[in-house]
Design a protein around this ligand. Sequence first.
Ligand SMILES: Cc1cc2nc3c(=O)[nH]c(=O)nc-3n(C[C@H](O)[C@H](O)[C@H](O)COP(=O)(O)OP(=O)(O)OC[C@H]3O[C@@H](n4cnc5c(N)ncnc54)[C@H](O)[C@@H]3O)c2cc1C
Length: 575
Amino acid sequence: MATEVLMPRQGQSVESCIIVGWKVKEGDKVAEGQALCEVETDKATFEVPAPVAGTVLGIFYEAGADVPVLKVIAAIGAPGEDVSGLRPTTAGVRNQESEISKPVAVPVTEVKKPTPAPRLLTPENSASAEFDLIIIGAGPGGYVMAERAGHHGKKVLLIEKQYLGGVCLNWGCIPTKTLLNSAKHYVHAKEAPEFGVTTGEVKFDLTKAMAWKNEVIETLRAGIAFMMKKNKVTVVNGEAKLLGPRKVQVGDKVYEGTNVVIATGSSPFVPPIPGAKQPHVMTSTEILSIDTMPKTLTVIGGGVIGVEFASFFSSLGVQVNVIEMLEEIIPFMDREQAKEFRKALKGKVEFNLGCKVTAIDGHTVKYTTKAGEEKSIQADIVLMSVGRVPNLAGMGFEEAGLDFDRRGIKVDEQQRTNLPDVYAIGDVTGKSQLAHSATRMGEVALNTICGQRDRFRMNAIPWAVYSMPEVAGCGYTEEQAQAAGHKVKTASLPLTMSGRFLAENGKRGPGSVKVIKDADTDVLLGVHMVGAGCSEMIYGAAVMIEAELRVKDIREIVFPHPTIGEVIRDTMFQL
Ligand SMILES: Cc1cc2nc3c(=O)[nH]c(=O)nc-3n(C[C@H](O)[C@H](O)[C@H](O)COP(=O)(O)OP(=O)(O)OC[C@H]3O[C@@H](n4cnc5c(N)ncnc54)[C@H](O)[C@@H]3O)c2cc1C
């Protein structure tokens, strides 16, 4: 019986591969392992080997066809065997007599709908526009894209209504991590005697910590301004309005660009809870500028932002309560690790899970427990951190005919919107609210504009919570992998296995690594970590998952010793 040659599976994110060319033709004799054809994904080019020795009895797709993984692309067997039953039955099936050199129709139902050809920045179509690219919003989506495009010689206009760096630099990633670092110094100084270092009285100076945070922001802002200048990006300070494809208005001036990119980001969501509009009820923006340390803080929302602030304030002795509507904090975390993480914060932060805030009456936060009990907590400051909403209003999007809903602007995998030559990237798309996702989306959009094949993939985007302890992850959690239909195998190890971790964090330091693989293919699906320093290690997992490495390949990678990262490698041997 003839042997089927399948389009190989290249990991979880690859749904199809393009046949670049055949190296054999029907009737050829082939040895086992001999290359039959060359195929490519958007990440790699590789050869498909003959699974057995024999005669090539059928080649079912022509070069150029985009074929779903695990489809039969060819058949090998003994001369004269009938392989008609293996041929795709759809229109345009290759005739058995046809030769590889003859033009062959591709089975139409197997081929992906072609995406519209990217508009190239040629002198012809950009001649009438002042700019090759107009970018609205200078967050990590917009300014990095501007820098990269400028570096490639494009004429770029970057419009920003507030500060270069967007939320990430001014009210997000950088200020929070700067303050968390000050808190980490405080905690380390207090714990120093355990490690043989005697200190005097340890105090936290909020004014100095805030001043350092502001200095970090200003230094980095100046760095962005320098990079814009270096890459010849024109920066305009003002509020932009989209007039339609190619046209953007700022004040009374209209700019024309061959392509327009919307990178307007997101803002904190404030739910309509009675009492939410009081000065001591703050979002992440206002709390980053307080001048007096509160004695008590109630955080509404147990997501990443809420937990980072809870960790910061609790480590400085503030009494912190978190009220979360769901049954667990950080909803996208592996459930096992979320529990471990919450346990590690116990004693410092009081978690009220499955509870709903009903009103804020002065400094009293009223809430209902999952058992229906009415309760209340006193708080000097209330932090509202229940999510962020895309910035869509007042920018002419509706009038321009842009397709969006409350979650964000609708885009395809190349970040194209429904309007020709208009792209959207970052938080405003609602796809992923992370700075590095925004940057990657900008790179994908730029590559698309420049005619290069690229797409935004979500499966290997790492994330981290920079609390004490830190948590980080990349790829599927155990629950997500199961829901996606994988036969899952997992393994976990404590970080105290690492001599380095033990030396630096002590025996009590909470921490673990959990790895998840597909039991059938051995491909790594996810890595999840709790413990000091894991935000700096998780990119390694992103590399492994993006490259779709099998666990057996990862075991061959050597990690330096002594490092905490070695535990990731050790866990691979437990699978
Ligand atoms: C407290 C906090 C902590 C965070 N920590 C992290 C973290 O540790 N790691 C991480 O990856 N992410 C973190 N984030 C999320 C991260 O900040 C965002 O995902 C990221 O900033 C999104 O980038 P962006 O380019 O899409 O938009 P933004 O950074 O929001 O930038 C959008 C810019 O567009 C401008 N703009 C809007 N409308 C107009 C207009 N009409 N005309 C001109 N300009 C306009 C805005 O002024 C803004 O500067 C955090 C967020 C917060 C709030």
